[in-house]
Write a protein of this length. Structure first.
Length: 70
């Protein structure tokens, strides 16, 4: 496996990478909040909807020309 030449730039600037970072937070946040507070802060449907929206954003972000290639 070889990384692309500008992988650091892509990891910091691309839409699809930010969608993945945010999706990971959305997946972990409800569990972390439950452990810390002892109850669900928001509806599971809200977290699920946010995860689906971030996934769609990630797919769209892969198709948008972001001017990151050098």
């Amino acid at each position: 496996m070889r990384l692309i030449d500008n992988w650091r730039h892509v990891a910091l600037r691309s839409h699809s990478m930010w969608a993945q970072y945010l999706a990971l937070i959305v997946l972990v946040m409800p569990e972390a909040l439950f452990v810390l507070l002892g109850y669900d802060v928001a509806s599971p449907r809200l977290w699920w909807s946010a995860g689906v929206a971030l996934s769609a954003y990630g797919v769209a972000g892969r198709l948008i020309n972001q001017g990151l290639s050098r």
